[in-house]
Write a protein that binds this ligand. Structure first.
Ligand code: SF4
Ligand code: SF4
Length: 427
């Protein structure tokens, strides 16, 4: 259950960054020599690969990876496939990395332009899975899907991050076009856009119902916003989809609009880059650009033992190399100096209760963490409200023993989902 009194309990209160009335244009990051893309499917040796090193590609070209599999990536540049290799994502999830060496000639693939004047569920599914903002292609996959409401996040869900607000401020016509295309292609009827109060007027012109969001973290959590919209809480263990709702970023919707309006698949991602002093800057980079190219352009350095985080300070995840690329959903990148990195320890919980007081979802975190630390994920889910957690990270932020609680929670949810999937496939 979400605490009604939560927003007054955490001191000091954490406030979201709010975008300026007239934000400057994002800094364009020069094209790199190569880009790296990730497909959420393992590089399966037994399947016949449809891509190989040396293959030429054009910008906007759909690159199907394997025979008899639908998974694809979209080339954001023209050039030559340099490598396909296994890649391990969060919690060891198996993926495939595709590297493209960029050519000097910028050639655009013509396939999407031909079908763009007539948006359909099928052509959206065929071409638009890898847009900036990463629109969930599952919404185009199932003609029986029961999603009736799309919640568009025009408010960034982490601190210091301004990306989605920037999109609302600068791309309302594209969001409006995206909404019209989505009505046609998905049949969704209700569109709600969540924005900070200061962007309410901008958001009105998208045609969506405007939902103003408070400025104190974690008011922009989709769970909390949906509780308000639906007038009831999402029961623990139920997904947004179970409630007939899908949550997407403003950038994902704007990308759909831009794709159909222009006949070209957008390839540039807007992101907030936060330097060691906490200063934020908006940049625009081609999807797949290595982070080191952004740091070079912004004159930033990440030294030995500094931390690079993909995402914001509360919910982001460390990446281990400056070669890591900008992904479709990388809304923020921050560099922390090694002298200010918060300690993470393997100390035992001292049962101080700080996490319980901070938790907006009333999870008994002090009990839950004992089971998750011991790898007893099912017990944590059954007895200690694992699935009520909205992954705000406040428990980790306040933990006296500096335990990585959010990471334990994410690992538990990942492992339980993996087990459920394996069981379903074996039935
Ligand atoms: S991350 Fe922690 S504080 Fe936030 S909802 Fe989950 S258990 Fe509660
Ligand atoms: S804040 Fe940390 S140390 Fe305190 S009860 Fe929660 S998990 Fe235990």
């Amino acid at each position: 259950m979400i605490k009604k009194s939560f927003f007054g309990t955490l001191k000091p209160r954490l406030e979201y960054a709010i975008i300026d009335v007239s934000p400057p244009d994002p800094q364009e990051i020069p094209a790199s020599t190569s880009v790296q893309l990730f497909a959420g499917v393992a590089l399966e040796q037994e399947k016949r690969h449809l891509l190989k090193a040396g293959d030429p590609v054009k910008a906007g070209q759909k690159l199907t990876l394997f025979e008899n599999k639908d998974d694809y990536v979209t080339a954001p540049v023209s050039g030559t496939i340099a490598e396909m290799a296994p890649f391990y994502g969060d919690f060891g999830s198996k993926m495939t990395s595709i590297t493209i060496d960029i050519s000097e000639n910028h050639e655009i693939d013509a396939h999407f332009k031909k079908i763009a004047p007539s948006p359909t569920r099928e052509n959206a599914k065929e071409y638009l899975c890898c847009l900036p903002g990463r629109f969930p292609v599952s919404l185009f996959s199932d003609s029986e899907q029961k999603i009736t409401t799309l919640l568009i996040m025009g408010m960034d869900t982490d601190l210091l991050t301004l990306t989605q607000q920037f999109i609302v401020k600068t791309k309302t016509p594209a969001i409006k076009s995206g909404i019209l295309a989505l009505k046609e292609t998905t049949g969704i009827e209700k569109f709600v856009i969540a924005v900070p109060e200061t962007l309410s007027q901008d958001a009105v012109s998208t045609g969506a119902i405007v939902k103003p969001v408070g400025s104190i973290y974690p008011a922009a959590s989709p769970h909390l916003i949906l509780n308000d919209i639906l007038g009831k809480e999402i029961p623990a263990g139920q997904s947004f989809e179970d409630m007939g709702v899908a949550v997407v970023s403003a950038e994902a919707v704007a990308s759909i609009g831009t794709a159909y309006d222009s006949g070209q698949i957008p390839a540039k991602k807007i992101l907030t880059v936060i330097d060691k002093s906490g200063q934020a800057k908006m940049v625009s980079a081609v999807i797949g650009t290595p982070l080191k190219d952004i740091f070079t352009a912004l004159n930033m350095t990440a030294n030995h033992e500094d931390r690079i985080i993909a995402g914001g300070p509360m919910k982001g995840a460390s990446v281990y190399t400056e070669d890591h690329p900008v992904c479709e959903n990388t809304d923020a990148v921050m560099v922390q100096d090694r002298s200010v990195i918060p300690l993470i320890s393997d100390n035992a919980c001292i049962n101080c209760g700080e996490c319980v007081r901070a938790c907006p979802a009333n999870v008994p975190v002090n009990m839950l963490i004992r089971f998750l630390e011991a790898g007893q994920f099912m017990e944590g889910a059954d007895s200690y409200d694992l699935y009520s957690c909205i992954e705000c990270g406040l428990c980790s932020y306040v933990c006296t023993a500096k335990m990585p609680i959010l990471q334990y929670i994410r690992l538990a949810k990942y492992e339980l989902a993996r087990i459920q999937k394996a069981e379903a496939e074996n039935v």
